[in-house]
Design a protein around this ligand. Structure first.
Ligand SMILES: NC(=O)c1ccc[n+]([C@@H]2O[C@H](COP(=O)([O-])OP(=O)(O)OC[C@H]3O[C@@H](n4cnc5c(N)ncnc54)[C@H](OP(=O)(O)O)[C@@H]3O)[C@@H](O)[C@H]2O)c1
Length: 324
């Protein structure tokens, strides 16, 4: 089968097309015939060697694969060949076939394409848990989603809007801001042209923001602290800028402001019930059309390097998908 391997840490040229034997499902696993692979910014950070606890090369990247069950391993009773599913994986999704633990599968209804399914688990669970569980979103809240047209951003914008919150969203281009607005962002802000902390201060009559979801880090995170209202919370879940956010605790304590950290993989290991409690509501909202998986770009699996380049160059919107 065709797979993509990260041969060493580096730029997108380290993604190489390789031929591999089709894997066999072990006990408790299924073999997936992969139809669509979700590309995550974490794949880029891992490839660069900048991901805390990430894999060592050579490895086949990818943590989301949608497709049909091809075969089941010993002890798997509730799955059969032909089931349409999407899986969250520890790696190995950039391939024509991948094995996945049977417990890490979600059903994919006929109404949802495999590309949409591949864009669902990581980004929607992250957005949902950051907003509702970690961020304790209230319908009266003023909530800011950084990089609102990105993968997690498009999910968070829809979820916050659906909950009734006043939604502020940042992005780097007018096209991205139009997308965020279409998804329910009430106040789109180009943070490459405007000081978003000043703008949100004006828009909230000086009150500040109750909740900020930040997957960008660096200067954006530092300015987010300024934009926060007293008793407000930032949920820090990523560093797409390449630089983690830093904060002076004096600013937090004198401002009665909070920062929470969120990591889906670690949360799933530590407390799977808390993470998966969100699945029924999310699945129902997706099936009813209340939520949309925005598949911004699709690439052939062999063109994974182009997909990474586009993501790193801020050229993508919504979810980036590879199709074997
Ligand atoms: N903690 C978790 O469990 C978890 C789960 C999923 C994702 N994440 C993290 O969340 C972040 C977003 O992930 P995603 O997959 O949804 O990616 P994404 O938002 O689709 O892409 C990243 C976006 O970040 C913005 N950005 C700002 N500065 C950037 C820079 N210097 N280089 C590249 N992009 C920059 C860009 O939007 P603009 O052009 O609009 O600025 C870009 O489109 C990543 O840091 C990712 O690692 C964490």
């Amino acid at each position: 089968m065709l797979a993509i391997e990260v041969t060493e840490f580096g730029d997108d040229s380290v993604l190489e097309e390789v031929e591999r034997d089709r894997p066999e499902p072990g006990p408790g696993e299924v073999l997936l015939d992969v139809e669509a692979v979700g590309v995550n910014f974490a794949d880029v950070m891992q490839r660069r060697g900048h991901y805390h606890g990430g894999p060592e090369p050579p490895y086949v990247p990818g943590m989301e694969a949608a497709g049909t069950v091809e075969a089941t391993g010993a002890g798997v009773e509730d799955r059969e060949a032909g089931d349409r599913v999407v899986a969250m994986l520890d790696g190995g999704a950039y391939a024509e076939y991948a094995t996945a633990p049977a417990q890490a599968l979600f059903d994919v209804p006929e109404s949802i394409s495999f590309a949409e399914a591949a864009g669902f688990p990581v980004q929607f669970l992250t957005a949902y848990l950051c907003l509702h569980d970690w961020g304790e979103l209230d319908e009266d809240d003023d909530v800011l989603v950084q990089a609102a047209a990105g993968g997690v951003g498009t999910a968070a914008t829809q979820l916050a809007s659906h909950h009734g919150a006043e939604v502020y969203g940042t992005a780097s281009t007018s096209e991205k801001l139009e997308l965020a607005e279409r998804l329910g962002c009430d106040h789109p802000i180009n943070y490459t042209e405007t000081d978003f902390a000043e703008e949100t201060d004006d828009l909230t009559d000086g009150d500040g923001l109750d909740l900020i979801l930040d997957g960008v880090g660096g200067d954006t995170f530092r300015e987010s602290v300024d934009a926060l209202a007293p008793f407000g919370t930032i949920v820090a879940y990523g560093a797409a800028s390449g630089e983690p956010g830093t904060v002076d605790t004096a600013t937090l304590l004198f401002g009665n402001k909070s920062v929470e950290g969120f990591h889906l993989g670690r949360a799933t290991q530590l407390d799977p019930e808390r993470v998966f409690a969100a699945v029924p509501e999310l699945s129902a909202m997706l099936a009813s059309g209340d939520l949309e998986v925005v598949v911004g770009q699709t690439f052939a699996l062999a063109d994974a390097a182009d997909a990474h380049r586009a993501l790193e160059n801020r050229e993508t919107t919504g979810k980036v998908v590879l199709e074997p």
